[in-house]
Write a protein that binds this ligand. Structure first.
Ligand code: ATP
Ligand code: MG
Length: 387
């Protein structure tokens, strides 16, 4: 019997465009698959993590308007997996009628640390005292006024601790200023009790949800480990979530954003914003009712957002990085897979010294148990570095 008359036409697929094809696009794509959403990523390299994992490729550069327009022409909404597209170009895409989430105004806050401090400081968000200058005398005077040591940062372009320096005295400042050139953001070293990140997600219609704060542990200025619940009182935790929601609303966020905070004896101080899904939210895949990636997809497509609560007593994530000699930790993957309860995420990236190539998440009956499992699995792969 002819089947043609019985065939039903399938509903058209929604297409999500992502500027950048790294691991954030890869994990966003994984979430999109479950909702039958097509993903196309703009990046120069056909070997990028998201494309290796099956996303469609739009070859091009993130800072070329023609390439961005070619991406936008193929999709319903354009979103980001990095900070490399100038805010003015995001604005231009919007002005030409394309839906861009996050928009230029919010994205710029994640691209320029000095701009974010100026905007959010004026909105009453608590933060360390800061200045932005390339004048050696002005930096030293700042240190005398606010106390040493200082942190000096490139206002834009830094990540994973690149572009961040600690200066213990004027001599350190001098060598950093000489090495860098250009304005530096200056602030005193904060003696924080905890470092937190709160992932917040807001949709076009203004529905906003915040994840439970996670505690982050940095090594050499880079995120090494994340765990939840954070070791802070419930009152602080709620305050951090409210702060993240207030910032998301104030900047008209659409999509996911991480709000990095320092917890001091009596305050929560803003460190920086990452206006996209974030490393500190990777454990939401296993530990929360809805992952940051699924909620990001829902938000940028203006679908109802999912619940964010932890569905386990404790969770932890440890980043997996290339060995100091460039060895690939995943050459010991089988050792990590042998650790019961460890969930391994591999980005398909070539290993280079210190480069993030994956992460391990574990959940457990307590945060201590989860941290122990994740650390054991990541350590089983890192062992090659010590050899
Ligand atoms: N004023 C400060 N006082 C104390 N520690 C600080 C200060 N500023 C930065 N740090 C430390 O340095 C780390 C990196 O700084 P920051 O978050 O500004 O840089 P980044 O490279 O943009 O970070 P990311 O890895 O999140 O992209 C922070 O997570 C924190 O541990
Ligand atoms: Mg940071």
């Amino acid at each position: 019997m002819a089947s043609g008359s019985l065939r039903r036409s399938r509903p058209p697929r929604t297409t999500l465009g992502i500027i950048g094809g790294g691991q954030l696009a890869q994990m966003t794509h994984q979430a999109a698959i479950s909702l039958d959403i097509d993903v196309v990523v703009l990046c120069p390299d056909a070997d990028s993590p998201a494309i290796r994992a099956g996303a469609r490729h739009c070859p091009g550069a993130p800072d070329q308007l023609d390439d961005l327009l070619r991406l936008a022409a193929q999709c319903d909404v354009v979103t980001l997996d990095h900070e490399q597209t100038p805010a003015a170009m995001l604005h231009e895409l919007g002005a030409r009628g394309h839906r861009v989430a996050p928009g230029a105004r919010a994205a710029q806050l994640g691209q320029d640390k000095a701009h974010a401090r100026a905007v959010l400081g004026a909105a009453g968000i608590a933060m360390a005292p800061w200045a932005c200058t390339q004048d050696l005398g002005a930096v030293v005077a700042f240190g005398e006024r606010h106390g040493w040591p200082l942190y000096l940062k490139r206002p834009s372009g830094g990540y994973d601790g690149r572009g961040v320096w600690r200066a213990d005295d004027p001599a350190d400042v001098e060598s950093i200023v000489k090495e860098t050139g250009g304005d530096l953001l200056v602030e005193p070293a904060i003696a924080f009790l905890h470092e937190l990140s709160v992932v917040v997600v807001r949709s076009w219609r203004g529905e906003t949800v915040a994840y439970p704060p996670v505690e982050t542990i940095q090594r050499d200025g880079r995120c090494h480990e994340v765990f939840a619940p954070a070791g802070i009182p419930r009152r602080r935790s709620t305050q951090a979530q409210h702060l993240a929601v207030a910032i998301a609303d104030a900047v008209g966020l659409v999509g996911a954003m991480a709000v990095e905070l320092f917890v001091t004896e009596d305050d929560l101080l803003l460190n920086e914003l990452a206006v996209r899904p974030h490393n500190s939210g990777h454990l939401t895949i296993e530990a929360c009712a809805t992952s940051q990636f699924e909620n990001h997809v829902r938000a940028v497509l203006d679908l109802p957002l999912g619940a964010t609560e932890l569905i386990v007593p404790g969770a932890a994530m440890v980043n997996v990085v290339g060995g100091i000699d460039g060895t690939d930790p995943f050459s010991r993957l089988h050792h990590a897979l042998a650790v019961s309860g460890a969930r391994i995420h591999r980005y398909g990236k070539a290993a280079r010294p210190g480069r993030k190539v994956g992460h391990v998440t574990a959940t457990g009956p307590s945060v201590e148990a989860a941290r122990a499992t994740a650390t054991r699995a990541a350590g089983a792969m890192a062992a090659v570095c010590a050899a």
